[in-house]
Design a protein around this ligand. Sequence first.
Ligand SMILES: *Cc1c(COP(=O)(O)O)cnc(C)c1O
Length: 433
Amino acid sequence: MDSFEYRNGQLFVEEMPVEKIAEAVGTPVYIYSKATILDHLRKIQTAYRELDTTICYSIKACGNIHILRLLAQAGSGFDIVSGGELYRARLAGADPVKIVFAGVGKTDREILEALEAGIGYFNIESEAELQNLIGLCKKHGKTARGALRVNPDIRYDSHRHITTGVKETKFGVDIDRARKVFDDYGHNGVVDLSAIHVHLGSGGKSIDPYVNYVKKVLPLVEELRSQGRRIDTLDLGGGYGADYESHTVPSAADYAAGIVPLVKAAGLKLILEPGKSIIANAAILLTRTIYKKIGGQKTFVIVDAGMNDLIRPCLYEAFHFIWPAVVPASLVPPGKQKELAFPGTEKVDIVGPICEGTDFFAKDRLLPPVKRGDLIAIFTAGAYGYTMASNYNARPLCAEVLVDGERFSVIRRRQTYEDLVAQEQIETPAKRC
Ligand SMILES: *Cc1c(COP(=O)(O)O)cnc(C)c1O
C-alpha cells in the first residue's frame, strides 16, 4: 500500500496535502504515513501466520520513538544494534522478550544493559563475542539466549557496500566454523544457543537468495539436532525488498510462499527482522527548490534538503523517485519509474546546498519544469533516511511529521541553531594536582 498519491495534481499523504504540511512545518521535512507503516507490518504478519513468527522491526532503518510505539502496539518486536536503540525500544514500550540484539561490536556496557532488560536473543557474530557474553553472564548471574549468525555464502545482485551474506564479511561465521562454535560452546551453562541467524543484507529483487539461504542452513540445523542439540528457532534477518520503483520487488506474501513451507517442515519458530520493507515506502522527504541554475550543458535544481538529510543516493548510489509536489494534471506520474519520458519534462540534476560534489539526489533525471519556491517530493525516503542524517555544514536536523488520515503531528521538531551547539558548553579545564 502506498498512501502517497496525486489528487488533481496535488500530492497527498493519506488525506493531507503535503503543501499544507510544508506551510506549517517548513522544509525539508520527512512525512510518514501511519496507515502505510501499519499496513506493511500487517502484510508480513499475515504472510507468516502459519508459523510461530516474531517480527522484529529493525530500528536502524528508522528509529523515531513515535513510529516504534505504533509498531510495538501492533505487535512488533525490535531488532537493535546498539544500547541507544535498546533505549529507544524501551521508551516506545517494546516487549523486551521480542528484542533481538545484532551487531559485531557489542560493548560490555551494551551487553549488560540488554541482559538487565531481559531481551529475547543475542545474535552472536563471533566466538570472541560469545566468550565475552558467557563471561558476563557468569559474572553477573544472568542467563541469555543466543542465535549464532551464520554466513550462508550466497552472492546476489546488489550494491557492494550492502552485501553481507558472503564469506568475506565482518558479519557472522561461516557454516564450517558454526559447527565448531557449537562443539566448543554448545554446553556453557548460561547462554542457550538454540537459534541460527542469517541476514542477507539488502537489495535482492527476487526471492531466490532468501529461499537458497534457508536451504543452506537447514542441513546445519538437522546436523546439530542429530547431535542432540535443541535448535528451535531460525532468525532470517531483514533485507526484504522495498518498492523504490513501483512493483519491482517481491511482496511479503511472495517471500513467505518460498520460505514458510521449508521452515514449517523443519519445525522451527521464525524471527524476521524487516527494516526497509516496512518503513521505506512509508515516507517522503519534502524539499523546496531554492534556485535553478544552468551550468554548461546541465541544468541544476538546487533544493533545501542535502546529503546530510538523506545520504542514500550519495552513499549507495540509491535510486529515489523524485517529482514536484504540485503538477498539472497531465504530469501526474503513473508510478515510481526510473525513466518517465513525459512530454514537457526536462533533464536536470537535483542537488543539495552542501559544499560537496557528492551532494545530489538524482543526476540526468527527467522532471517537469520547476521554479524557485516549488516543492519537490523525494519518495521512498523512510528507511535509512532520518537515521543517517547529520549536522554536516552546521545544518539543523530537519523535522519529522506523522500523518494519520486528515491529521498530522510533528513527531520530531526541527533543530534550532541553539541545538547545534547545546553539547558544546565550555568546561573549566581540569587541573593536574
Ligand atoms: C540492517 C539489518 C536489518 C534490516 O535490514 P533491511 O534491509 O532494512 O530490512 C535486519 N537485520 C540485521 C541484522 C541488520 O543489520
